[in-house]
Design a protein around this ligand. Structure first.
Ligand code: AMP
Ligand code: ZN
Length: 465
């Protein structure tokens, strides 16, 4: 398997630390708000990685944190804890906010068929681990106490900027808007532990050898990863905005603590953009998978749209693109569901197509080419339907597009949707809003659904393509 590694800036052969086993870590959501569809794109990218590794036969153990403390609005050490921002907005306790948005996250995560990692751990449940690591970093002089806080001293490392090569725009971009902190020896040092000397009204506080306080954001991923996955991590990932400062700081503190290399492969997903640029929770007006579903889209169409592009390319979200993905997916599902088992599995051809499919995924997760292999299967006259069905079932272990479903369930969902539209159109007519009534009819027509008005009401016909 070949995978792009942010650490070396190359596509490399993936070789796990322990043969046949993979320890995989994903940076989880900050649960101060809903996860927008950009965040979910990132988790779909990780899901494909996770499922591809399993498909290739690796024994994968995957962990993900839930950030419920310590992530400040700047991504660095200035600003306010995002959970405190949410508390003011919603007049609830930090733990109530965390619970609500964690539950909402997993609903959306499940709707796009993402597999839940073996280990999911909230930052607030691993405080002892952070204290243990910080204590050792202080003993070995990698960390220092100043103004009540504990900071990591980046001057103690030869290659702190190993992920970004220092001159990268990522570093400069991330530094914008970050206030000077006179407690730091070097402004690039970062906080491991805050005491109340810095943020007086913080709700979540724990006793520590340095006074009551709370952990910095970066230490949580180091702590959770080492606690659950051990001292050697194979792959660690997040979105590209995590490269600096978050992952840079994770590497610094983890390797200083362990005294050896920690993680061999760094996996980063590009962003989902909208017309205004990178989607972000702090901008407000958050578009979620649940909202897309309420608007009548199939969440799996969003997954399909993501798989059509490479995880290392930016992807532009628009309703047009989503609609197109939805139509293509519906057509694909219809074609798949027309297949009827007819004879023996052709093992030779089955293996040939499985190896073609694997080849695309092994090439740095080329999901769009993997989808092309799926279309080749459908088109190939040498394959009987039984073999096609078995291949599609097999590919869907990674793609997770619900390609093989009972015909009845697609039809009944579609039927319900169309009947709702017919009702809306009837109401529009009753209100003399003929423009809306016509628009509803035209929208359905563009999806191949023709409305037929009769004296007993409206029925419909699906125009086959
Ligand atoms: P957060 O909940 O803000 O901590 O973000 C969760 C994950 O989503 C992080 O790994 C981010 O890098 C990633 N992310 C944030 N914004 C986007 C975006 N617009 N597109 C894709 N991934 C994103
Ligand atoms: Zn993280």
């Amino acid at each position: 398997m070949k995978l792009y590694n942010t650490l070396t800036k190359k596509v490399e052969d993936f070789i796990p630390y322990e043969e046949g086993k993979v320890k995989l870590y994903t940076c989880g959501p900050t649960v101060y708000h809903y996860a927008h569809i950009g965040n979910i794109r990132n988790y779909i990218g990780h899901d494909i990685l996770d499922k591809t590794l399993r498909y290739l036969g690796y024994d994968v153990t995957r962990a993900m944190n839930i950030t419920d403390v310590g992530h400040l609005t700047s991504d660095s050490d200035s600003g306010e804890d995002k959970m405190e921002v949410a508390k003011k907005r919603e007049h609830k306790s930090a733990m109530e906010i965390a619970k609500f948005y964690t539950d909402a996250f997993f609903v959306d995560f499940g709707m796009v068929n993402c597999r839940v990692p073996e280990i999911v751990s909230p930052a607030t449940e691993n405080i002892d681990e952070y204290i243990k690591i910080i204590t050792k970093l202080l003993e070995t002089d990698y960390a220092y106490q100043s103004g009540g806080n504990i900071y990591f001293d980046i001057s103690k490392l030869d290659n702190y900027y190993c992920l970004t090569n220092q001159d990268s725009n990522l570093v400069i971009g991330a530094r914008e808007g970050v206030e000077e902190d006179s407690n730091k020896r070097n402004q690039a040092d970062f906080a491991l532990w805050f005491t109340t000397s810095k943020f007086e009204n913080h709700e979540l506080l724990w006793d520590s050898p340095w006074g009551k306080g709370y952990p910095g954001w970066h230490i949580e991923c180091t702590g959770i990863s080492i606690k659950y996955l051990g001292e050697h991590l194979d792959i660690h990932g997040g979105g590209v905005d995590n490269i600096f400062p978050h992952h840079t700081n994770e590497i610094a503190q983890s390797e200083a603590y362990l005294g050896h290399k920690w993680c061999n492969y760094w996996f980063h997903n590009e962003h989902l953009l909208d017309e205004s640029g990178k989607m972000s929770k702090s901008k407000g007006g958050i578009l979620t998978v649940s909202v897309l579903k309420e608007q009548g889209y199939d969440p799996i169409a969003f997954r399909f749209m993501c798989l059509g592009s490479h995880y290392r390319k930016q992807l532009m979200f628009s309703y047009d693109n989503l609609e197109q993905a939805q139509n293509t997916l519906n057509k694909l599902k219809k074609r798949v569901n027309l297949l009827k088992e007819n004879g023996e599995l052709d093992k030779e051809l089955f293996d040939l197509y499985v190896s073609k499919f694997k080849e695309q995924l092994e090439n740095d997760l080329n999901t769009s080419n993997a989808l092309t292999v799926l279309y080749e299967v459908l088109k190939d006259d040498k394959l009987n339907d039984t073999t096609k069905i078995k291949l599609i079932e097999d590919f869907d272990k990674v793609l997770s597009l619900n390609l093989i479903v009972e015909e009845e369930s697609i039809d009944s969902d579609l039927d319900k949707e169309i009947r709702e539209k017919i009702e809306e159109r009837k109401e529009a007519k009753a209100n003399k809003d003929y423009a809306l009534a016509d628009q509803i009819r035209d929208d359905l027509a563009s999806k191949g659904i023709k409305l037929i008005d009769t004296k007993d009401g409206t029925t419909y016909e699906i125009i086959k393509d």
